[in-house]
Design a protein around this ligand. Sequence first.
Ligand SMILES: *[C@@H]1O[C@H](CO)[C@@H](O)[C@H](O)[C@H]1NC(C)=O
Ligand SMILES: *[C@@H]1O[C@H](CO)[C@@H](O)[C@H](O)[C@H]1NC(C)=O
Length: 289
Amino acid sequence: MATSSSPLPFLLIMMSLLIISCWVLATSASNFYQDFDISWGDGRAKILNNGDLLTLSLDKPSGSGFQSKNEYLFGKIDVQLKLVPGNSAGTVTAYYLSSQGPTHDEIDFEFLGNLSGDPYILHTNVFGQGKGNREQQFYLWFDPTANFHTYSVLWNPKHIIFSVDGTPIREFKNLESIGVRYPKDQPMRIYSSLWNADDWATRGGLVKTDWTQAPFTASYRNFNANACIWSSGASSCSSSSNNSNAWLAEELDSTSQQKLKWVRNNYMIYNYCTDSKRFPQGLPPECVA
Ligand SMILES: *[C@@H]1O[C@H](CO)[C@@H](O)[C@H](O)[C@H]1NC(C)=O
Ligand SMILES: *[C@@H]1O[C@H](CO)[C@@H](O)[C@H](O)[C@H]1NC(C)=O
């Protein structure tokens, strides 16, 4: 039939083009080849499935790691992570943002492994101009080795919010007004590594890595950075006419504050702010603010 004036084939073509372009956008948003370099580990870190998946592994001779190609100055950054399963005692999977040098800034997630069936610890810390000592530790409300879960950092000029599957677990506010160092002037790269830390990681170093279980493997997917990229001294967000960066002003709403409270009440196992033995001259100012 010569009814080529029918709009149906045209619509079908347009729809498939749309679907194809959405697919391209979605995959390019999480392509490890595009966003990261393998930085160490002599072949133990691998980018697989056309860039959709990254795996790190650790055996007795070495761990492995990767780092972002970009430096960022503020961002809302997500990644999905499936941790070392089984007996992961002694291993640490670190995922963090950091700048360079002795007065560096840093925002840390570290996952401390454990014996099969015993809980991982999620260790967090924030460094401002070289000064850390702001650890908070948590158990998770799920087994982080069974499936991928999303670990996020929202870092803007006013807040740093650590989240797990969209549930905030920690907020670090900008309290420069009362003398607390806050990371806001140094662009940071994203780093991740899997390494042996059996001198301290599991039950304070009591449980050692069982090398008969090696290699240990952690997997990453769906990296997404809604972030200001820093390059040659300028930020991709510096254009004041840019309204697409709502996260730059984002803060916890009341529902999120309730969730944060739930995590703190039920899953927080260490908080530097309540460790007065460690700060005999008085707790840091943000703890009493
Ligand atoms: C490992 O399991 C033990 C026993 O349940 C627990 O005390 C400890 O906090 C867990 N995590 C780590 C990293 O040690
Ligand atoms: C606006 O922000 C988006 C998201 O960060 C970025 O991709 C885009 O390049 C920015 N546009 C301008 C004009 O800076």
